[in-house]
Design a protein around this ligand. Structure first.
Ligand SMILES: *Cc1c(COP(=O)(O)O)cnc(C)c1O
Length: 403
C-alpha cells in the first residue's frame, strides 16, 4: 500500500499536475464527484461571463454571426470529436443525452426496422427512452442482462444501447469487440459515453464505432445541465432521417421555406436554436483539454482509483467495481451497509463523494484536478470514519434525497 510520501512523489512526477490550477476548486474540499458534476474550469466561468455580458448584452442579435453563435455547436463539436477519436465534422454539441439517444435510435430503426436492446441496470434514462421509442414505433424492446454481448442478443435486434463506462460498476466496455460482433449481426451500437468522455482515451473510429452520445456536465465539467453531444459517422449522416426535424437542421434555415430539406452534414442532427450560454460554458470548459494526452488521463484515473481500492481492501470493504490494476472508468464503488451515513460523514469533513442505493459509495476522480495525495487523504478519512463509527449520528444516518 502506498504511503502519503509515495503519493506526494507521484504528484511531483505527474505530467497533469499543472492542470489543477485551471479549475475553480473551492477551499477545504476534496471533490470526488466529478463523474457526476465536474468542478468549473476557470475558462468556463470566463467564457460564460463573456457570452452574457459582451456577446449578448452588447452584441445582441449581431452575435449570431459575429460571435460565432450559429456555428458554436459545430466548432465545439470539433473539439469534442478529438476527445472521442473521430473527425471534426462528425460531432455536434446539441440537446441532452436522452434526446440524442432517441434521435439516433429512431433514425436507425426508421432505416432498418427491428428490435431495440439495452441492459438491465443500465443508466435508467437509456431504458426509459428506448421503451418510449418502442411504444411509439411498435418496435420490440429487449432488456437484456448486463454484459450481454452483441453476438448473444435476441434475433431481430437492430439497435443496441451500451455505456462505454458503466455509471455504477465503472466497468469499461470492449468497444472494438462489440463493434465486430455487431457488424456480423447487422446491428448498430449506440454508445453512451456519459461516464467516459474526458476520462477514457477513446478511439471510436479505430474501434469501428459509428454512433455515440455523451454528456457535457460530468468529466467535461461544462456546468449543471450542460449540453450533450452526438457523434454520427460521416458516411451515415445523409442516410438517416432525423425523427425531430426542425428549422435549424434545414439545409437553408434562413430561406424560411415550407418544405423541409435536411442538411447533408452533421448539422442535420440539429432541431432548434442552440442554447448559447450553456454551450459557451462547455466550450470554455473543454479548453482544459488543449494539448492533453488522453492516455495519460486514463492512466492517472486508474492509479487514483487503485490508491482508494487498496486501502478499501485493507479495511475489508467489498468493491463493486474492477479491482486494483484492472481497467475501469474514473470512479470507484465500495459496498457498505451504512454507506449512506459514511458518505454523509465524509461530506461533513469536506470530502465529497456520492451514494447509490442500496449500499454503494461512489468516489469519482478527475485526473485533471484530483491529486494522489488528495485520494490518499480521502482514504485515510474513510478508514477513520469507519474505524471510529463517526458516521453513527442522526445527522448522518437520516436519509435525505440525494443526487
Ligand atoms: C448522466 C448520464 C445521462 C444523462 O442524461 P441527460 O439526458 O443528459 O440528463 C445519460 N446516460 C448516462 C449513462 C449517464 O451517465
Amino acid at each position: 500500500m502506498l504511503t502519503r510520501d509515495d503519493c506526494r512523489a507521484l504528484d511531483a512526477a505527474d505530467p497533469l499536475a499543472g492542470k489543477r490550477d485551471l479549475f475553480a476548486l473551492p477551499e477545504g474540499v476534496i471533490y470526488l464527484d466529478g463523474n457526476s458534476l465536474g468542478v468549473p474550469p476557470k475558462a468556463a466561468l470566463a467564457r460564460l461571463k463573456q457570452a452574457a455580458e459582451t456577446e449578448w448584452a452588447v452584441g445582441l442579435i449581431r452575435s449570431w454571426n459575429e460571435a460565432g453563435w450559429m456555428d458554436l455547436p459545430l466548432t465545439l463539436g470539433a473539439k469534442l470529436a478529438r476527445l472521442v477519436g473521430v473527425d471534426d465534422d462528425e460531432v455536434i454539441a446539441v440537446d441532452t443525452v436522452t434526446i440524442n439517444l432517441f434521435k439516433l435510435a429512431g433514425a436507425l430503426l426508421n432505416r432498418t426496422p427491428g428490435g431495440i436492446a439495452a441492459e438491465a441496470g443500465e443508466f435508467p434514462t437509456d431504458n426509459h427512452v428506448m421503451e418510449g421509442l418502442a411504444r411509439f414505433t411498435g418496435a420490440k424492446m429487449h432488456r437484456v442482462p448486463a454484459n450481454t454481448r452483441p453476438a448473444d442478443l435476441p434475433e431481430g435486434v437492430r439497435v443496441f444501447i451500451k455505456s462505454g463506462v458503466h455509471y455504477k460498476s465503472a466497468e469499461m466496455a470492449d468497444f472494438a469487440g462489440y463493434e465486430r460482433e455487431a457488424a456480423a449481426r447487422g446491428l448498430s451500437v449506440i454508445w453512451d459515453l456519459s461516464h467516459a468522455t474526458g476520462l477514457v482515451d477513446l478511439k471510436l473510429k479505430d474501434w469501428g464505432a459509428k454512433y455515440a452520445v455523451g454528456c457535457g456536465y460530468k468529466f467535461l465539467s461544462g456546468g449543471p445541465g450542460a449540453p450533450a453531444f452526438l457523434y454520427c459517422a460521416r458516411e451515415e449522416i445523409g442516410q438517416l432521417e432525423h425523427p425531430i426535424p426542425g428549422w435549424l437542421g434545414h439545409k437553408r434555415p434562413f430561406g424560411f421555406e415550407d418544405a423541409y430539406e435536411p442538411d447533408e452534414t452533421i448539422v442535420r442532427w440539429r432541431t432548434s436554436s442552440p442554447s448559447i450560454l450553456a454551450l459557451s460554458a462547455l466550450d470554455g470548459a473543454v479548453s482544459v483539454y488543449d494539448g492533453v494526452d488522453m492516455a495519460q488521463v486514463e492512466a492517472k484515473a486508474g492509479k487514483l482509483g487503485d490508491i482508494l481500492l487498496e486501502r478499501a481492501q485493507a479495511l475489508g470493504l467489498d468493491a463493486a467495481c474492477p479491482g486494483p490494476g484492472a481497467r475501469r472508468g474514473g470512479h470507484v464503488v465500495l459496498r457498505h451497509e451504512d454507506g449512506y451515513a459514511i458518505v454523509q460523514a465524509l461530506i461533513a469533513r469536506g470530502i465529497i463523494g456520492d451514494f447509490r442505493d442500496p449500499d454503494l459509495m461512489r468516489f469519482g476522480f478527475n485526473p485533471l484536478y484530483n491529486s494522489h495525495v488528495e485520494v490518499f487523504d480521502a482514504a485515510e478519512a474513510l478508514a477513520d470514519v469507519i474505524g471510529t463509527r463517526a458516521w453513527d449520528r442522526p445527522e448522518f444516518t437520516a436519509k435525505k434525497a440525494v443526487t
